[in-house]
Write a protein that binds this ligand. Structure first.
Ligand SMILES: NC(=O)c1ccc[n+]([C@@H]2O[C@H](COP(=O)([O-])OP(=O)(O)OC[C@H]3O[C@@H](n4cnc5c(N)ncnc54)[C@H](O)[C@@H]3O)[C@@H](O)[C@H]2O)c1
Length: 514
């Protein structure tokens, strides 16, 4: 007879027991018992198996719910000892603003404003307990003092030259005092092809034959960087230009096809995929800050799952889309209707110039457009959101540089269908908003790696316009749900209770004291 469940058994042990033990489950799945043994040993079942097991449970009459896959045990998180190397693909406006900001912050000459990992708190326990530590004191994150930086770029400018050219930071206040440190960060030669980024010419590129050789060269760079800088761990963040629009196809469906396509220089393999492949092969977590397909393909997601390496993306959520994912839930919460949402931007930095190319813009447009559909759920509320005119434009306008201006005109309707309008004019600074996201992503991806959380990190959806998600679920876009999910994941990681906001116990307490 199978042993009775105990409250301390792992999620995998619980599920294996419900199917009648390891041998029975291996037979039902038609898999070798060693696979099931591995699940039992690690205490978890990789996410790609969740759907097949749910189907099998239905077929066999076994009671199984998605929450059964969630472990209630605190995860073992390795400590953040030693140096964390942050490898940036692209050393442009976002990357140079990020690096300079971290160096300024650790010298105490500036504050890492906008970074949840550095400035945010997390409530633990009941409201009455008043226990709200800083996130960085609650979870073991790498300290800013332990970070070092590397980059690749087809433009040979070092971080100092790049920061000056991009014109985001004040030269005398935030660049010159740290000039030596910035000058020491020179980019490695890039894997670059202007077929994928039309408005960019790059001379500082690798001379390699096949795309597979290019990946090998990147892997060598990663190993060299790690040993040269005596890093204990690495993470990679794509801060490179937006590539042309691509869709996942046959060459992206599994690792064998992907490697064969790299070997034959297939056009469907973009440079960003080569970086992501190299990172995963070297055991390095990969976050994608641009809307490119990159690591959002079955071949690389499976590789990340199998090797237990965190991945996430796509497209930093910084300006207009951040506003959209706050306002749309508000409008929906009040059951107000939307007739149209017109969003336009002017942007004058190199990113704006690249997005002026229709093929790169299409990638960005797809990423920006998806949001409303998911938040407003027109299939559930056809009278309110079934007929929205949604338009997004980005116009290259050099005089503004990195200081983007984004306008939204929203035509809404209320009681009895009476129309109203909302107008927003966000005068923002693109890289000032994006830099703290790079920091948080690097630190949280490293945390995920040390906690043994491989595959897609949906809890980091908070940072993305187009959050990467498992095929079985839709992406979560609402900024505050994403925020709650992130904090609940941190609580879960550290074995703390989830916060449900139910608050029922306070009401009961009032009644008792009355
Ligand atoms: N700033 C924001 O608010 C924001 C928000 C969302 C997404 N993004 C995305 O972040 C990325 C970076 O933005 P940015 O303002 O720093 O742009 P940028 O043009 O200043 O920098 C991008 C850098 O990437 C380099 N690059 C291009 N292809 C490369 C390759 N194959 N290998 C290595 N380097 C490569 C370019 O030479 C350039 O230096 C863009 O894709 C942008 O769309 C930015």
């Amino acid at each position: 007879m199978a042993a009775m469940g105990t409250s301390t058994e792992s999620s995998s042990a619980r599920i294996i027991r419900r199917f009648g033990g390891q041998t029975a489950l291996a037979n039902l799945l038609g898999k070798r018992q060693s696979t099931i043994e591995h699940w039992a040993k690690t205490g978890r079942i990789p996410s790609q198996w969740h759907q097949p097991l749910m189907s099998l449970a239905r077929q066999e009459g076994v009671i199984l719910e998605p929450r059964d896959f969630v472990s209630t045990e605190p995860r073992r998180v390795e400590p953040a000892t030693g140096k964390l190397g942050i490898l940036l693909v692209g050393l442009g406006a976002v990357a140079s603003t990020f690096i300079a900001g971290v160096i300024d912050a650790r010298r105490g000459t500036a504050q890492p404003i906008g970074s949840l990992s550095q400035m945010g708190t997390v409530r633990l326990g009941k409201r009455a307990e008043q226990n709200k530590p800083l996130i960085k004191d609650f979870v073991p994150l790498a300290s800013l003092d332990d970070l070092c930086f590397g980059a690749w770029d087809p433009i040979p400018d070092n971080a100092y030259e790049s920061a000056l050219k991009c014109g985001v930071l004040d030269r005398h206040q935030h660049i010159e005092p740290i000039a030596d440190e910035l000058k020491a960060i020179a980019p490695m030669r890039a894997v670059f092809d202007d077929y994928y980024v039309k408005r960019l010419q790059g001379s500082h590129v690798k001379a390699t034959g096949t795309k597979l050789e290019a990946a090998e060269a990147l892997r060598q760079d990663i190993r060299d960087f790690k040993s040269r800088n005596e890093c204990d761990r690495l993470v990679m963040v794509w801060c490179g230009s937006t590539e042309i629009f691509m869709e996942a196809g046959e060459t992206h469906s599994n690792l064998e096809n992907l490697e064969a396509a790299m070997q034959s220089n297939d056009i469907s393999i973009a440079p960003s995929m080569i970086y992501a492949y190299a990172a995963l092969m070297e055991g390095v977590p990969f976050a994608n800050g641009a809307p490119n397909l990159t690591v959002d393909i079955p071949a690389l997601v499976t590789l990340a799952n199998e090797r237990g390496i965190p991945v996430c993306g796509k497209d930093f959520k910084t300006g207009q889309t951040m506003i959209k994912t706050v306002l749309a839930p508000m409008i929906k919460a009040r059951m107000l209707g939307v007739a149209g949402w017109y969003s336009t931007n002017i942007l004058g930095n190199r990113d704006g110039e690249i997005l002026d190319d229709p093929e790169s813009f299409k990638t960005k447009e797809e990423s920006k457009l998806g949001v409303l559909e998911y938040v407003l759920q027109p299939e559930l509320y056809p009278e309110l959101y079934g007929d929205i005119f949604h338009k997004v434009r980005i116009n290259y306008y050099p005089p503004r540089g990195d200081n983007k201006e984004g306008w939204d005109n929203i035509d809404i309707f209320g009681w009895l269908g009476y129309p109203m309008q909302l107008k927003i004019d966000f005068l923002c600074r693109d890289s000032i908003l994006a830099a703290p996201l790079v920091l948080d992503l690097a630190l949280f991806m490293d945390l995920a790696q040390r906690a043994g959380m491989g595959g897609i990190q949906e809890w980091l959806s908070f940072y993305f316009k187009s959050p990467q998600h498992m095929p079985s679920v839709y992406p979560e876009h609402d900024l505050f749900i994403q925020h709650k999910k992130l904090k609940n994941t941190l609580r879960w990681l550290m074995g703390e209770d989830q916060i449900t906001h139910l608050g029922e116990e306070y009401l009961s307490a009032e009644f008792v004291s009355d």
